[in-house]
Unconditional design. Structure first.
Length: 138
């Protein structure tokens, strides 16, 4: 069995964003040479997320509105965590959207369902963060 590891880095200029990282994960898969196995894609920061869904701007807008209703950023004083910080809502948004995804690899390709893509979700941007891509297989 072979193993491959790479870190992807993101520095989003806005507080929140959804970025389709499927091309970067595809590039890692090609670089790995693995044809059958699994890829783990993991946000390595507690205010960011990795998830799978459709690459449709209306859906991303809806996520933004929905997450803000679930865990509004302001007033920051509503959160105990925000003593000296302002990102408690980002921790909660990450909890809802998830830490990582695992995708099967079949014949050297990500084995997705219809419309599925991998996204990096940023909830407390304006600083450098990383995503781990770990691939195992043959």
């Amino acid at each position: 069995m072979k193993s491959y590891r790479k870190e992807l880095f993101f520095e989003v200029p806005t507080r929140r964003a959804f970025i389709n990282i499927t091309p970067e994960v595809d590039a890692c898969l090609a670089e790995s040479g693995i044809l059958e196995g699994f890829v783990l894609v993991n946000a390595m920061h507690i205010t960011a997320s990795v998830f799978i869904n459709d690459d449709e701007s209306g859906l991303h807008h809806d996520y933004e509105k929905w997450l803000e209703k679930l865990a509004p950023h302001e007033p920051v004083s509503q959160y105990r965590h925000n003593v000296g910080e302002d990102n408690a809502d980002a921790h909660m948004k990450r909890q809802v959207m998830g830490r990582e995804v695992v995708v099967a690899i079949t014949n050297g390709h990500l084995d997705f369902g219809t419309w599925e893509q991998i996204f990096y979700g940023e909830f407390d941007g304006k600083r450098r963060k990383r995503v781990l891509v770990k691939i195992i297989g043959e």
